[in-house]
Design a binder for this molecule. Structure first.
Ligand code: NAI
Length: 271
């Protein structure tokens, strides 16, 4: 394994809820590669307490912040700058939530107040994090900002309902802000489109097991794990990817470009 890819780099990691979270695995790998960071999550997620154990393991602090609140993000950045001793080299947006999915509403029966909440939490918060970073001039030149997406932004996965629209918006924001931040400060912005992954957010989606197994059977490399995703995020934060920006990067074992696999053909052979 390469060592110290993130030596001297500091940043913020959102979304570590428990040890299955993609953000949790990322925190451990960033630390392993010499990076320092502040952890944050929604105040309501603090109640579970697990994030404090992660903070202890990573010698850092947790600053609660609702990612939909500009005020909370401002406070988060101010406290993080003080703790880390300067501006940030990386930001991870690893946040997703849909009240419609939680409450089992289908795409034709959305509660629009909840849909707005899905878009705000899962996509517009990405814009808010960058907007506040720009306003506070909180990013270092050649910094890297990553959000996490899913292929339902491009193709229909019926059970993904309003999260599909949220992910399409998230990816669009990565392009829009990527252009702006690139010009302003040589900061790059990308989304990583990850395989289905067994986390709280992932397994909360109706039919998760079926599309997890389907993706596994379709992908020549199999589904990408949360650990592998964390490795990819580390490379995106490192200086090895300085010219990659405004991209949606598929991290899915080849799923997105596979038309059909032998395993799937076998399923339909004798119908
Ligand atoms: P997770 O449930 O561990 O993480 C989601 C996080 O969002 C939680 O820590 C939660 O507290 C946080 N969050 C929710 N509302 C918030 C708010 N208002 N302010 C701040 N934080 C808030 O699940 P996972 O899978 O690690 O999710 C991380 C990202 O990866 C999400 O964007 C998700 O959509 C994305 N993703 C997940 C996939 C999967 O199958 N698990 C596949 C592709 C993308």
């Amino acid at each position: 394994m390469p060592e110290n890819l993130l030596k001297g780099k500091v940043g913020i990691i959102t979304g570590a809820l428990d040890e299955n979270s993609i953000a949790w695995k990322t925190a451990l790998k960033v630390k392993e590669q010499g990076g320092r960071f502040v952890l944050t999550n929604a105040p309501i997620a603090m109640r579970m307490g697990a994030i404090n154990e992660l903070a202890q393991e990573c010698n850092t602090i947790v600053v609660p912040a609702d990612a939909t609140s500009v005020e909370d993000i401002e406070k988060l950045y101010a406290e993080a700058k003080e703790f880390l001793g300067g501006n940030f080299d990386f930001l991870l947006h690893s946040i997703g939530m849909s009240p419609n999915i939680r409450k089992g509403r289908s795409y034709g029966d959305l509660n629009y107040d909840w849909a707005m909440k899905s878009y705000d939490v899962s996509a517009i918060s990405f814009h808010k994090m960058m907007h506040v970073a720009e306003k506070m001039d909180a990013m270092n030149e050649w910094g890297s900002i990553v959000g996490l997406s899913y292929i339902a932004a491009q193709r229909v996965y019926p059970f993904y309902t309003d999260m599909a629209d949220a992910k399409a918006l998230l990816e669009s924001i990565a392009r829009g802000y990527g252009y702006r931040y690139g010009k302003l400060k040589k900061v790059r912005v990308n989304t990583i489109s990850q395989s289905p992954t067994k986390t709280t957010a992932g397994t909360g989606i109706g039919g998760f097991d079926s599309f997890f197994n389907f993706a596994e059977a379709m992908s020549p490399l199999g589904n990408a794990s949360a650990d592998a995703c964390a490795d990819y995020i580390v490379t995106m934060f490192s200086d090895l990817t300085r010219m990659v920006t405004m991209q949606n990067l598929f991290h899915d074992g080849g799923y997105s470009f596979t038309g059909i696999s032998e395993e799937m053909m076998d399923q339909f052979k004798d119908l």
